[in-house]
Design a protein around this ligand. Structure first.
Ligand code: GCU
Length: 429
């Protein structure tokens, strides 16, 4: 009997220590003062706004205000991009006549073939090039779109020589950069992370902007929206990038070739954190895909695997506000966890994308985040996460809260894009 008890005890202990979370995640359907949320109206009227202000106060800092004035200038248009399959343009988004104000250059690529019906998109194959581009689309055809935030400049996504290089500060990770300035050596250096032509073949438009157009990823930044609006003490870089996503959406909803009700936002890693924040705050975003976003994004702050609040706030202090640093040793004291951020997207779908070797981003903890966000999706009339356990690798859970884990490392690849496209076919018709 004693042996059994010891064995049982050690099993329970093992189960607890293997848990990817250190404490249960806070219930998104309980107000901060303990009152339960009992109606959809109460969720949208009271609890969601409460969470919005708490995420700003405790973690990301305040979102920069919406600009009074936003101007869009379509700079360069190439109608025969990708051998005639698509039209490429670059749009400058500016917020002021002040020449020091940041400007976003948005790359927008739209198919030239007529929009597909949902059933046609479902049967599409990535990368086969098998689409028959017989008819050219009517000039006002509208496409669903993927909007991705990029790390090193729009020109790194494409091999053509016409896409503009970034003007301002770039990271030393940009290929060939000298003194944080971009040059031609970086062009095309991140083509493998993206699947733009395949996205077009599957009937979607594509847009992207360089995160540094909004805010340099630099604790000592002297340019960017935080400097320009004098927000450095109250706004973190993740909030600035998420704000940039919303400014890109400001443009996209005015573009007559984009379906404003079907805008999906994608980001990898730190930019996945920003994508999720944007999806949670901006209702115009129809689908959100934070890829391997990890701590401060899709992984729980109460995580036991991989990056901790302590590690991230030490290494990347400029991503968050100062308040968050107070929780470095006590994430359990935060009045929310990242499941509440996902819940703020409800009923709009969210896909979490993980990689098996990327334990730094706590894939199992990410699954717990989805499970603990799911009740809000039921509550707002959806199906939430249609799985009780983490799936095996390469299996897409394509419910309103979606998840997959693929083999391999921390990276965005064309394989990931196949999952994104399949998921969007299902959730963003
Ligand atoms: C670091 C950081 C992560 C982040 C990642 C990335 O690993 O610790 O939080 O997601 O960089 O952006 O690639």
């Amino acid at each position: 009997l004693l042996c059994w008890l010891v064995l049982l005890g050690s099993c329970c202990f093992a189960a607890e220590t293997n848990s990817p979370i250190s404490a249960p995640l806070p219930n998104p359907l309980t107000m901060r003062n303990g009152t339960p949320v009992t109606s959809k109206e109460q969720w949208f009227h009271d609890r969601r706004p409460e969470l919005k202000s708490m995420f700003q106060f405790f973690m990301y800092g305040s979102m920069p205000p919406n600009p009074g004035q936003t101007n869009f200038v379509v700079e360069r248009v190439y109608k025969n991009f990708f051998d005639g399959k698509a039209t490429k343009k670059e749009v400058t988004i500016s917020f002021s006549s002040d020449t020091n104000s940041p400007k976003i250059t948005l790359l927008v690529i739209t198919p030239n073939h007529p929009p597909k019906k949902a059933s046609q998109r479902l049967s599409g194959n990535i990368g086969t090039g098998s689409e028959q581009l017989i008819a050219r689309a009517p000039h006002d055809a509208r496409y669903p779109i993927f909007l991705g935030i990029n790390f090193n400049g729009n020109d790194t996504l494409l091999t053509d020589t016409t896409t503009a290089l970034p003007n301002g500060w770039v990271s030393k990770n940009r290929r060939g950069s000298v003194n944080h300035e971009a040059n031609e050596k970086g062009r095309g250096s991140q083509v493998d992370m993206w699947a733009i032509e395949q996205t077009i073949d599957r009937g979607y438009a594509f847009a992207s902007f360089y995160c540094g157009d909004v805010e340099p990823d630099d604790p000592n930044a002297t340019t960017g929206i935080r400097t320009w609006l004098n927000l450095k003490n109250e706004t973190g870089a993740l909030a600035a990038w998420a704000w940039g996503v919303s400014r890109a959406v400001d443009y996209l909803v005015t573009d007559r070739n984009i379906d404003p009700k079907r805008i999906a936002v994608v980001g990898h890693s730190r930019l996945g954190k920003a994508a999720l924040l944007a999806g949670a705050f901006d209702d115009r975003i129809a689908l959100t895909i934070p890829l391997q976003a990890g701590c401060g994004g899709s992984a729980p702050s109460r995580g036991t695997i991989g990056e901790s609040v302590k590690a991230i706030t030490k290494e990347f202090p400029h991503w968050f506000n100062d308040e968050f640093k107070k929780y470095a040793d006590q994430p359990e004291a935060l009045p929310f966890d990242q499941n509440c951020l996902v819940a703020m997207c409800a009923p709009r779908p969210v896909l979490f994308a993980a990689a098996a070797e990327d334990t730094w981003a706590n894939p199992a903890g990410q699954f717990e985040v989805l499970r603990a966000a799911s009740p809000v999706f039921f509550f707002t009339g959806g199906e939430g996460l249609a799985a009780k356990q983490m799936p095996e690798t390469n299996h897409l859970i394509s419910s309103q809260l979606g998840y997959y884990i693929r083999p391999g490392k921390h990276s965005m690849t064309k394989d990931d894009w196949k999952f994104f496209l399949d998921y969007a076919d299902k959730q963003m018709r």
